[in-house]
Design a protein around this ligand. Structure first.
Ligand code: NDP
Ligand code: 2IT
Length: 448
């Protein structure tokens, strides 16, 4: 049977075994399409059934999370941890708290994480977890009680050498604090079983900044292949959370002009640029007051609010999708390209729909997929694990230098595996480079 037919059958089996999990199917399809053509070079992968095994999580845990709200009512959420692949190291990946969370979302994120973590060059496997809990509008007390209940199950399956969760959508410094407190109480251990911790109790310098900074470093590396940089360019950023904020900060520092931010209700457009003092205001709005981005347009005259809209109709040179999956659809991608956007660096995980990816690749723009462009976050988490294990802390400068080196080497690997007649297909490059390393490790470790 021709190889592509075999891979297609494996994919059909994945769909059958994981019914309704459309985001997971989307993530698997993209990776299999990239790696299928190179599999002829690696007959040992077929013999060891690497593709079949890599699509099946090593372990999946689903649990009940009961908690009591401020009115004394019992609430019940569902918790997940998908420990997808540990061939390269302990499971590693974030926790997402968002009402849209279900098995298919956590599985797609865990699957992507395998290849992303492999690309960082650090010894970390792939996992993801979370809950359908919605932190929006909840008091600190409610968030704390939820986190404590969540950890009361999770602590059994995590640990510094086993599985090391971190943040993602809806899980930032506050949530990691409550989760770590409960972990420490239940286990009587103070160790690096979570990353994204606060600086004064085991966190790493630059972890909050790492994903956003990394996505900008990756854009700069892509632009350098055309003798350019982000300096002087106009950028559209989506989202207004952790990744978006530090993407804007780094773009400002490097001399770009950021004209948009958004949340799930709409987009703000500020053609003068969301610079220094305005960004500080956004950080206070989102991280302290936990307000909505629409308030920006009331506060800063000259800015506009596009209710219910995404940023992609605003003309830009560079786009940094930093909110959520499938936030760029085919029409959005066409509009971006038509308006002159020629570099997309994904801070979010799988923000471009498969049809949108096709548009970017057909237009031969610089398109950096999430598993490469946003790997800076987990890379600095890996450095946090390393610092915790050695009971030491690296300086901001040291971590930043390592982050740049890691992003640079991810870029080099994408170019190495993704070059096609003078064009770099970063999707293919990231998927193949990430996959081959994990597959080799799986072959060497036997059928487990
Ligand atoms: P935050 O919770 O800090 O911010 C999320 C932002 O995205 C908010 O502005 C939120 O708006 C918006 N958003 C969330 N869901 C949706 C939706 N369904 N539609 C539109 N907007 C939405 O999360 P992060 O910044 O940490 O994460 C953003 C993205 O980056 C995610 O895809 C995440 O997986 C990815 N990522 C994060 C890393 C990290 O280190 N934190 C590392 C690598 C990738 P609203 O307030 O309206 O919900
Ligand atoms: O998607 C991601 O890479 C993250 N949310 C960060 C994971 C981590 O372990 O730091």
């Amino acid at each position: 049977m021709p190889l592509s037919e075999r891979v297609e059958l494996i994919f059909q089996d994945v769909v059958k075994r994981n019914p309704g999990e459309v985001e997971f199917h989307q993530a698997v399809k993209e990776v299999l399409e990239s790696v299928a053509p190179v599999l002829v070079k690696y007959p040992e992968f077929a013999e060891a059934k690497i593709i079949e095994r890599i699509c099946e999580p090593e372990r999946q845990t689903i649990f009940r999370v009961p908690w009591v709200d401020d009115n004394g009512q019992v609430q019940i959420n569902r918790g997940f941890r998908i420990q997808f692949n540990s061939a390269l190291g302990p499971y590693k990946g974030g926790l997402r708290f968002h009402p849209s969370v279900y098995l298919g979302i956590i599985k797609f994120l865990g699957f992507e994480q395998i290849f992303k973590n492999s690309l960082t060059g650090l010894p970390i496997g792939g996992a993801k977890g979370g809950s359908d809990f919605d932190p929006k509008g909840k008091s600190n007390g409610e968030v704390m009680r939820f986190c404590q209940s969540f950890m009361t199950e999770l602590y059994r399956i995590i640990g510094e050498h086993t599985d090391v969760p971190a943040g993602d959508i809806g899980v930032g410094g506050r949530e990691i604090g409550y989760l770590f407190g409960q972990y420490r109480k239940l286990t009587r251990r103070f160790d690096g079983a979570l990353t994204g911790k606060s600086l004064n109790w085991g966190g790493s310098n630059l972890r909050p900044e790492a994903t956003g900074y990394g996505a900008v470093y990756f854009a700069n590396d892509m632009l350098s292949t055309r003798g350019e940089s982000v300096q002087g360019k106009t950028a559209a950023v989506s989202g207004s959370g952790n990744v978006a904020q530090y993407t804007v900060e780094k773009l400002n520092t490097l001399g770009a002009r950021v004209v948009t931010l958004s949340d799930s209700n709409g987009t703000i457009v500020d053609m003068d640029g969301i610079s220094g003092e305005k960004l500080a205001w956004v950080m206070e709005l989102k991280n302290v007051r936990r307000g909505r981005i629409s308030e920006y347009a009331n506060h800063f005259k000259g800015a506009q609010y596009l209710a219910g809209k995404r940023p992609w109709s605003v003309p830009c040179d560079l786009a940094f999708p930093s909110a959520t999956q499938n936030e760029i659809e085919e029409d959005d991608a066409r509009q971006l390209v038509q308006n002159g956007c020629y570099c997309v660096s994904e801070g979010a995980n799988m923000p471009s729909h498969a049809d949108a990816v096709e548009v970017f690749l057909d237009a031969k723009i610089l398109y950096g997929p999430g598993k490469a462009a946003n790997a800076g976050g987990v890379a600095v988490s890996g450095l946090e694990m390393n610092q915790n294990a050695g009971c030491m802390r690296r300086s901001r400068e040291d971590v930043d230098a390592q982050l740049r080196t890691i992003m640079h080497s991810i870029h080099e690997n994408c170019v190495k595996y993704g070059r096609e007649n003078g064009f770099v297909n970063y999707v293919k490059g990231a998927n193949i480079a990430g996959f081959v390393k994990v597959a080799d490790a799986m072959v060497q470790q036997g059928y487990v």
